[in-house]
Design a protein around this ligand. Structure first.
Ligand code: FES
Length: 187
């Protein structure tokens, strides 16, 4: 029994470390210094002594930089005393946290139930194809990135896409090229 438990533990640990190292490999912003604004430093100082603070600190870090660069994760480990592997364990567990810089225009396509039933899945495929984007990443010009999201709170307009603060409801695949062109013109 002990041997089985030991093998299971080693397997789980191996999966965890593989996930964390993948995140580290594909991460941006490694190998340098990063300045944290005073607002972030104060937030970390306030929260690091509280139990369960890591998620709050990661949220604030992503809010500050738009994603969580590797150097920021490393600095958080030093500032909080939380091991880097644990920080990456949390970052990779929650899809909300991003380790790559998003596009200037962040596209979110809703895959909540109402939107999915009205073609949200087709929309996301078409958008990725039009922008030549894989599941993750940013267009070569840095303008666009696409994230699937779960219900943005206007199901009556399904299927829904948001770009920045703009919401596009009852969206069809046919409208996507014209919408993307508008943002491309803005640069
Ligand atoms: S399911 Fe898409 S807005 Fe609610």
């Amino acid at each position: 029994m002990y041997t089985i438990l030991k093998i299971y533990f080693l397997y789980e640990w191996g999966v965890f470390m593989a996930t964390a190292s993948t995140a580290l490999t594909r991460n941006e912003g490694s190998g340098g210094e990063i300045d944290f604004p005073q607002s972030l430093v104060s937030f970390i100082d306030e929260w690091k002594v509280k139990p369960g603070s890591l998620i709050m600190i990661l949220h604030k870090t992503q809010e500050t930089f738009g994603f969580i660069p590797q150097v920021a994760a490393e600095k958080l480990a030093v500032m909080t005393g939380i091991p880097l592997a644990r920080i990456y364990g949390v970052i990779t567990f929650y899809h909300f946290f991003k380790t790559t810089k998003p596009g200037k225009h962040k596209i979110s396509i809703c895959l909540g139930t109402a939107c999915y039933l009205k073609g949200g899945g087709d929309l996301i495929e078409e958008a990725r194809s039009l922008l030549s984007l894989a599941e993750e990443g940013v267009t070569e010009d840095g303008l666009f990135s696409i994230d699937p999201v779960r219900c943005v709170g206007c199901c009556g307009l399904a299927p829904v896409m948001t770009i920045g603060n703009e919401t596009y409801g009852k969206l069809t695949k046919a409208r996507l090229p014209e919408i993307f062109a508008k943002y491309r013109e803005q640069g």
